[in-house]
Ligand binder design. Structure first.
Ligand SMILES: [Zn+2]
Length: 291
């Protein structure tokens, strides 16, 4: 979830995500190709080799997003399978449309039931969303004054339900950056080096989860989560304090463990410690309500 004023580059950042993800495995490419074939969107390609990036407008209907019709066609959530589903201006989406996303996000697939038939399409996506910090967009901006009341800000934020927010791992504030600063900084990682770090972390995970029904840290739950995301005694104490002071949900707690595992993997660290946990907690901005 990117939170920032208009023009801060949220959409540009989101659209670049597929370029730092590992390439599609052959079986994944087949899955994606099948979905586009069913939807009649293959456009003459024989095999989809790039991770999809789908960016439906906030006026999209429920069937448009999850699929539907007399002979159910895949919706955007399936067209984004193995890739990125980007929802820009998240609070502008109709509430009931966002609610229907919860199940596919949980299960990685979507079932469309009709009187005559019931069809299941894959829908394993990375959900990326963007929103302004407030209705006018300029809360916290040092160049523009925000025209919203605290009540308006609260109402705007509450349009996104807690359960949906819980399912989004990383909440990242994206401040407005002056073009000049952007040109001059030259710091930060480029896509190629980012991609190679991500690939290396994926190799670590593939080794760790060999023979298990788990591909990445995001798939961990139950016993496997306990086993591979053990925070250690100090980490446990840190987490206890964070949960109490921030009022984190059980779901958010689980996410923090998985995120910390991924941060450790990106750093080449074998164990999760307080630094990784602290960084992971930092990505729960919306839980902290500290914007
Ligand atoms: Zn405002």
């Amino acid at each position: 979830m990117f939170i920032g004023p208009p023009g801060s580059g949220k959409t540009m950042l989101a659209s670049r995500i597929p370029t730092v993800l590992p390439p599609l495995e052959f079986d994944e490419a087949l899955e994606v190709t099948k979905i586009y074939s069913v939807a009649g969107l293959l456009n003459g390609e024989s095999l989809k080799v790039w991770r999809p990036f789908r960016s439906p407008h906030h006026t999209i209907s429920h069937p448009g997003l999850v699929g539907g019709g007399a002979y159910p066609r895949p919706g955007e959530v399936s067209l984004a399978h193995r890739g990125v589903l980007f929802l820009d201006e998240l609070p502008e989406f109709k509430k009931h449309v966002l609610e229907v996303l919860r199940q596919p996000l949980e299960d990685g697939q979507v079932t469309i039931s009709r009187a005559a038939m019931s069809l299941t399409y894959p829908a394993d996506v990375m959900l990326v969303a963007a929103m302004n910090p407030c209705p006018c967009g300029y809360l916290g901006d040092n160049k523009h004054a925000c025209a919203c009341s605290a009540h308006q800000v609260g109402q705007y934020r509450s349009r996104i339900s807690g359960p949906l927010l819980d399912r989004i791992d990383l909440h990242v504030e994206v401040p407005a950056v002056a073009y000049q600063d952007l040109r001059q900084s030259g710091k930060g990682a480029d896509s190629a080096s980012m991609r190679s770090r991500i690939l290396a972390a994926r190799v670590v995970q593939a080794r760790r989860y060999a023979g298990l029904p788990v591909r990445t840290n995001a798939d961990l739950s139950g016993k496997l989560l306990d086993e591979h995301c053990a925070p250690g005694a100090q980490g446990q104490e840190f987490l206890g304090r964070a949960v109490n002071s921030l009022g984190l949900s059980a779901r958010a707690y689980t996410r923090i463990l998985r995120i910390a595992r991924t941060i450790a993997d990106l750093e080449g660290a074998e164990h999760i410690g307080v630094p990784q946990l602290a960084e992971a907690v930092n990505y729960r901005t919306m839980d902290r309500n500290s914007l």
